[in-house]
Design a protein around this ligand. Structure first.
Ligand code: PMT
Length: 431
């Protein structure tokens, strides 16, 4: 009996099944699962290669980042320049291309990908993949990657029905490689039967289904992190001990949960988490401007930054000389970023932090009400092993009708718990 192979990707690749081609399990899939995901599109030689252009577009519509690797024979059907222009990234062609390797080496590319989708996948490519070849860039990448791999077969019906091709696909399936399609119908050569590549949108839906449902799929998350610096003169400033670790950990946890995440960062020495957009600012006023502008386009705002409450009325133009025994610097109150975001008519779900050294819960509850927040995270910053510039933290999460203490743990672990809690409260508020 002849089967087309369609996988049930509801839980990743673990439940592969042989199914009749008409069974379209992917129809219920949300494309938002592709937000921020990195898709390496492999294009092999076949007439369906022209459809790679549309696959790129559809993946990008779903907010995925796309990089393209083409086999040499694919370039006979569509030019690398076209796919480069559409993907916005250089197209990779050869294993031994020094320019391409310098930009992003093939191992780096293999590590970069969340999913490798090969569409169209020719009979020749499927045979090479099934047999573990590494004789071009694409097969080598497939051997080097730990990402999920899926192929979208596209070939003449006789080639697809050939026992050898069927065995190759079975081998791939046993290794949890996804086989998307093929569809059936009239072929470019005039034959009728199975072997047509699935349509781009169907392939994109199947690709989305590889990813488990994230708690914040499709949500736009904005986070402030780190300290601000308020200039006294060209060489001196007022600031605090915030390292940005808490906010950066939240950004990583947010993006891992599927959120499109933007981080407004004060001056900190931390690398930007992958797939997070970062905006660097220095002063509270700059953080205020960026937050108000970006919060108009976000669903959840988390203010973890330690914003300086005051700034010098005017920063001296020249370095202040130490001529006198004392020096008065007049300070003026900075705008309250969080309160201003929460005061907007069309406002995001607002989460604040309260850094306190005494009566922590009491002061945090006061800030929750006064700033009209949806949630506040009370942070005792009197201890040196948690809070400012520490690796760990311990907090109490407070919302209008409840609270929950989270014991000391790493900021990364805490961030995951906080994102979970925030996602649940956000969903409740919007259900
Ligand atoms: O950066 P780390 O070293 O990892 O340390 C993490 C942290 C201790 C800085 C963090 O967990 C934390 O508690 N951040 C809040 C620090 C703070 O300034 O708290 P606050 O109680 O003064 O402010 C209350 C809330 O209003 C905060 O969400 C703050 O971001 C916000 N705020 C305060 C003043 C202001 N002008 N604008 C604001 O938006």
């Amino acid at each position: 009996m002849i089967f087309s192979i369609i996988h049930d990707f509801e839980n990743g690749f673990s439940n592969g099944i042989l199914a009749a081609a008409s069974q379209k399990k992917y129809s219920i899939v949300s494309l938002s699962r592709l937000t921020n995901k990195r898709i390496l599109l492999g294009v092999t030689g076949g007439i369906a290669a022209y459809k790679a252009a549309e696959i790129i577009r559809r993946l990008q519509d779903a907010q995925a980042e796309v990089r393209v690797v083409m086999t040499r024979s694919a370039t006979e059907f569509i030019t690398p320049l076209t796919l480069q222009a559409l993907s916005g990234n250089p197209v990779h062609l050869d294993l031994l291309d020094t320019d391409a390797e310098a930009a992003m080496g093939h191992i780096e590319l293999a590590k970069w990908a969340d999913v490798v989708l090969i569409a169209p996948a020719s009979a020749n490519f499927i045979a090479r993949l099934a047999n573990g070849h590494a004789n071009d860039l694409l097969t080598t990448l497939c051997l080097a990657t730990i990402a999920s791999i899926a192929v979208a077969p596209a070939m003449n019906q006789a080639m697809w029905l050939n026992k050898q091709t069927q065995e190759n696909c079975k081998k791939l399936q046993e290794r949890k490689t996804g086989i998307f399609g093929p569809g059936s119908g009239t072929q470019a050569c005039g034959d009728v039967g199975p072997g047509r590549m699935l349509e781009p949108l169907e392939l994109v839906k199947l690709t989305a289904n590889i990813f488990p449902n994230g708690l914040l799929d499709g949500i736009r998350l904005l986070i402030t992190a780190g300290p601000t610096r308020e200039a006294i003169d060209p060489v001196r400033y007022i600031s605090n001990h915030s390292s940005g670790k808490m906010g950066f950990a939240l950004a990583k946890a947010g993006v891992d949960a599927g959120a499109k995440t933007t981080l407004i960062a004060g001056p900190v020495e931390l690398p930007t988490p992958a797939r997070v957009e970062r905006i660097d600012i220095v002063s509270a006023e700059q953080m205020h401007d960026a937050s108000l502008e970006l919060s108009a386009h976000c669903d959840i705002f988390i203010a973890s930054a330690a914003v300086a409450d005051y700034r010098p009325v005017a920063a001296a133009q020249q370095k202040i000389k130490k001529n006198s025994e004392s020096q008065l610097i007049e300070l003026v109150r900075n705008p309250d970023i969080l309160a201003d975001v929460a005061a907007q008519t069309s406002r995001p779900f607002c989460v604040g932090f309260a850094a306190e050294t005494q009566d922590v819960i009491h002061y945090a509850q006061d800030k929750l009400q006064r700033k009209k927040l949806d949630m506040i995270i009370a942070n005792d910053v009197s201890a040196t092993d948690i809070g400012f510039n520490a690796e760990d933290n311990a907090v109490t999460v407070i919302w209008p009708d409840g609270q929950e203490a989270i014991e000391k743990t790493s900021k990364h672990q805490l961030a995951k718990l906080l994102i979970k809690k925030i996602a649940l409260c956000y969903q409740n508020a919007n259900s």
